[in-house]
Design a protein around this ligand. Structure first.
Ligand code: SF4
Ligand code: SF4
Ligand code: SF4
Length: 509
C-alpha cells in the first residue's frame, strides 16, 4: 500500500476527527456515596472544594442549604455518610462529621446566615420544636414566611434539649441554634401545647401548618410487673431538665436503641451498676455503634439476644428481673417480635428497671391541610433524618404558598444527571493515595482533612481530561466542555478522570 494514502495533511484543528467517533464523552456530576447515604443529602465534595478554594464561609453557606444545624449533627449524627465513604476502600473514611462540626461551630461563632428570600409570606405555624420542627421553621423563615413555632415544654429543642444528655450535645449548642432561629424572625411560643383538637383554629389563623410533634407515647412491653419500671424518656427528661435521677444502685435498662444507651450512660456515670438487656444480637443493636462502645468503656454490661420476661417486685419495690435468651422472629408495627429459645432463665438482681423500647404516636394528627414532618411522619429516626423531613415539609409548604412546584433536595440531586452513585471502581486509583485521617480542630486541620476527599463524581477542574486528550477536544473553562467536532471518542479522558465524572456514551444520546 502506498503509505502516503494514510497520511493526513494539516493540523488536528483542521481535521474534523469528531466524524470518526462512535462514542463521545459526557461530563456529568455524579452522586457521591456520602451524599447518597446522608439523610439530609449534603453535597460533600462540592463543600470540600469550596474549603480547598479558601472559601470557608461559602462552604458554610453551602452546608446551610441542606442542613441548618450542622453544629448539632456534627456532634450526634451516626454519620451514615462515613459508613459509605469510598475512601474506606483505600484507608479510612473522610472525617465528614468532624468537618461538619467544624463548619457548624464556625456558623454559630461568626453568625453566618444565608440571605432571606425577598418575599412577604403569610403567617404559618410549626408544631413542635424538635429537630424536624426547628428545621421546618428555619426554611420557612428563610423563604420569607412569618413563622410561629409552638412548643409544649418550657424549653425549646424537643429531644435535643431534654432527650439527649449534655455530654453528647452541649445545651449551649442547642440554645445557640435556637437563638439563630429567633434572629431569623421566628416567633417561638413555649409552654404552648397544641393538640389535634386545635386543627380547625390553626387552619383559620395560619395559611399553612407543619406538624412535627414527634412520638409522644412510650411503647409498652407486655411483661408482668411492667408498672414497676420507669420509662427511658421520662428519666432523661427529669435528668436533663431538673438534674434529678431516680434512686437505685443496681439498674437494668431494657432496649437496644439510642435512648436505652443514653439512659445506661447517664446512670453509670452517676456511679450506678448498670446492665442493659436487648433482644438484638451483638452488632445489630440500633444504637449508634460509637455510643455503644462508650457505654461499655464506662462500665455498662450489655446482654444481647436477651428478652425480658418479668419484672420482680416485693412490697411495691423492684427486686430484680427475669430474662432469657431470645431470637427475633419478625417485626410488627416497628416492634421486634421475639421468642424465647429455651427454658433457661436468669434472674438479675436490681432495684431500678428502665424500659426504653421505643416511642409511638400519641394522638393521631389529621384534617385540614396539615403537613406532617419528623418522627410523626417517618417513625423513629435519626436527628439528620428529622432535619431533612422538616426541611422538605417547609420547602413543600413554601412552594405551595408561592405557587411553585416542589421537588425535594434529594430529587433535585438525582435529576441533575441521572447517574448512579459513584463507586470506588468508578474512580481512577492511579491518582489516589493513602493518607491517614487528620483530627479536625481548626480551619487548617479541616483543610487537610477535606483534601483527603476523592471528590467522587464531582469535577474539581483538575484538568486531567484536558491534558490527556490527544485531539485537544476538551475545552477547560471553569468546567470541561467537549469540542464535538474534534473528539474522536478514544475515551482517554474518561480513563484519566480521577473522579468518575467523564462518561462514554453512544453518539447522539
Ligand atoms: S448529617 Fe450525618 S450523615 Fe449527613 S453528612 Fe452530617 S454526619 Fe454525615
Ligand atoms: S471520598 Fe469524599 S466524595 Fe467520596 S465518598 Fe468520601 S467524602 Fe464522599
Ligand atoms: S479529569 Fe478533572 S477536569 Fe476532567 S472531568 Fe475529571 S475531574 Fe473534571
Amino acid at each position: 500500500m502506498d503509505i502516503t494514502l494514510l497520511r493526513t495533511f494539516g493540523s488536528t484543528r483542521r481535521i474534523k476527527t469528531g466524524a470518526w467517533s462512535r462514542l463521545q464523552p459526557t461530563f456529568l456530576q455524579g452522586i457521591s456515596p456520602c451524599m447518597e447515604a446522608c439523610p439530609a443529602s449534603i453535597d460533600m465534595p462540592h463543600l470540600y472544594q469550596l474549603l480547598l478554594d479558601g472559601k470557608e464561609r461559602d462552604a458554610a453557606l453551602h452546608l446551610l442549604a441542606y442542613n441548618p444545624f450542622p453544629s448539632i449533627t456534627g456532634r450526634i449524627c451516626p454519620h451514615f455518610c462515613q459508613e459509605k465513604c469510598n475512601r474506606r476502600e483505600m484507608d479510612e473514611a473522610v472525617e465528614i462529621r468532624a468537618l461538619e462540626k467544624h463548619l457548624g461551630d464556625l456558623i454559630l461563632r461568626e453568625g453566618i446566615f444565608p440571605s432571606k428570600e425577598l418575599f412577604q409570606g403569610p403567617p404559618v405555624a410549626v408544631i413542635g420544636s424538635g429537630p424536624a420542627g426547628l428545621a421546618a421553621a428555619w426554611y420557612l423563615a428563610l423563604g420569607g414566611m412569618e413563622v410561629v413555632l409552638f412548643e409544649r415544654e418550657e424549653v425549646v429543642g424537643g429531644m435535643l434539649a431534654w432527650g439527649i444528655p449534655s455530654f453528647r450535645l452541649e445545651r449551649e449548642v442547642v440554645r445557640g441554634n435556637v437563638r439563630r432561629l429567633e434572629e431569623m424572625g421566628v416567633t417561638i411560643l413555649t409552654s404552648s401545647s397544641v393538640t389535634p383538637q386545635d386543627v380547625e383554629k390553626l387552619n383559620r389563623e395560619f395559611q399553612g401548618v407543619v406538624v412535627a410533634a414527634g412520638l409522644t407515647k412510650a411503647r409498652e412491653l407486655p411483661v408482668k410487673g411492667k408498672d414497676h419500671a420507669l420509662r427511658g424518656l421520662d428519666l432523661l427528661r427529669c435528668y436533663n431538665l431538673e438534674g434529678e435521677l431516680p434512686s437505685g444502685e443496681r439498674a437494668v435498662v431494657v432496649g437496644g436503641g439510642n435512648v436505652a444507651i443514653d439512659v445506661a450512660r447517664v446512670l453509670v456515670r452517676d456511679g450506678r451498676q448498670v446492665t442493659l438487656v436487648c433482644v438484638e444480637p451483638e452488632g445489630e443493636m440500633p444504637a449508634i455503634p460509637e455510643e455503644i462502645g462508650e457505654a461499655v468503656k464506662e462500665g455498662v454490661v450489655i446482654k444481647t439476644s436477651t428478652g425480658l420476661e418479668e419484672i420482680l417486685a416485693r412490697d411495691g419495690r423492684v427486686t430484680g428481673v427475669r430474662v432469657g435468651p431470645v431470637c427475633i422472629v419478625g417485626e410488627e408495627d416497628r416492634l421486634k417480635k421475639v421468642e424465647f429459645v429455651d427454658q433457661a432463665r436468669e434472674e438479675l438482681l436490681c432495684d431500678l428497671v428502665v424500659l426504653a423500647v421505643g416511642q409511638e404516636v400519641g394522638e393521631p394528627w389529621g384534617g385540614g391541610d396539615l403537613i406532617l414532618a419528623g418522627d410523626l411522619l417517618t417513625g423513629p429516626s435519626s436527628v439528620a433524618q428529622a432535619i431533612a423531613s422538616g426541611r422538605d415539609a417547609a420547602l413543600a409548604l413554601k412552594a405551595k404558598l408561592k405557587g411553585e412546584t416542589f421537588s425535594d433536595v434529594r430529587e433535585t440531586l438525582w435529576q441533575r444527571d441521572h447517574r448512579d452513585v459513584i463507586t470506588f471502581q468508578d474512580l481512577n486509583p492511579f491518582y489516589l493515595e493513602p493518607v491517614p485521617p487528620v483530627e479536625v480542630r481548626d480551619s487548617e486541620s479541616a483543610l487537610k482533612e477535606a483534601r483527603r476527599c476523592f471528590s467522587c463524581g464531582y469535577c474539581n477542574a483538575c484538568g486531567n481530561c484536558w491534558i490527556f486528550c490527544p485531539d485537544v477536544a476538551v475545552i477547560l473553562e471553569s468546567l470541561p466542555q467537549l469540542d464535538r467536532e474534534h473528539c474522536k471518542g478514544c475515551g482517554i479522558c474518561a480513563t484519566e478522570c480521577p473522579r468518575g465524572v467523564v462518561y462514554m456514551r453512544e453518539k447522539g444520546w
